[in-house]
Design a protein. Structure first.
Length: 226
């Protein structure tokens, strides 16, 4: 059976499996304190999540995991689908690239020693305002407009979400449900998309199972009094 390893209750691996009706086991690891714990390195040399194992193979990279699961375990997964491929690659290659840069810049500003903090913070604000925020905003506007052209509001272009939608869960959730990039304005189509994802029974099953595993991991963590 496919085994998924998640860092905290992160639904990258589990939501797609639930949508595609692929049975899986899941184990949640907790961050240590920010990075992934060393146990993940024993599964795959990168030591990151998500990662899965199947038939003795360890498979990393969320887009590859989703492609692998779809290709191996579904009837339709053998065919090339332009929307699935495009939006999966867009998520990691275009959107996350600039979001990640922005998050790294902000953290480096926050963690700079006090005597250089004003200079670093000023630099971070300038880079964000003049470059990174514009890149992310134009990406978000483009995605919103493309979603507006679909009949069902999914990146898959079909009546249900596909790999591109699964891959968009992480960045769009960060943009809408966290305060990490408050400067970015999110359009109505993306907001509707996020609500539609959260309303999927598959999403709710994935989330409930991950949260249960996360609770178990917290209970088993050293220093926990039961
Ligand atoms: N491009 C990779 C990103 C993997 C990644 O960076 N995962 C984060 C969690 S979302 C992680 O493991 N962070 C902890 C660390 O880097 O130690 C993917 O899509 O799977």
């Amino acid at each position: 059976m496919v085994k998924q390893y998640s860092l905290d209750a992160h639904y990258h691996g589990s939501f797609p499996s639930q949508e595609m009706n692929i049975p899986y086991e899941v184990k949640v690891y907790l961050r240590d304190p920010i990075a992934a714990p060393k146990e993940l390195k024993a599964i795959h040399p990168l030591g990151k999540a998500p990662v899965i194992t199947d038939h003795g193979k360890a498979i990393a990279e969320s887009a590859t995991i989703i492609d692998y699961l779809k290709h191996t375990y579904t009837q339709t997964g053998k065919e090339f689908d332009l929307n699935d491929s495009y939006w999966s690659n867009y998520s990691e290659g275009s959107l996350m690239l600039f979001m990640q840069m922005s998050l790294v810049f902000v953290i480096s500003g926050q963690q700079a020693p006090w005597f250089v903090k004003p200079v670093i913070s000023g630099f971070v604000s300038t880079v964000k305002a003049t470059y990174l925020n514009r890149q992310v905003q134009s990406s978000v506007n483009y995605m919103d407009s493309e979603l507006g052209k679909t009949s069902h509001g999914w990146f898959s272009g079909k009546s249900e979400p596909g790999p591109g939608d699964f891959m968009m869960c992480y960045p769009i959730n960060v943009l809408i449900n966290t305060n990490r990039m408050p400067e970015i304005e999110i359009g109505e189509n993306l907001r509707k998309w996020m609500k539609a994802v959260e309303a999927r029974p598959a999403f709710q099953r994935a989330k409930a199972r991950l949260e249960e595993e996360e609770r178990k991991a917290k209970d088993a963590a050293p220093g926990t009094v039961s």
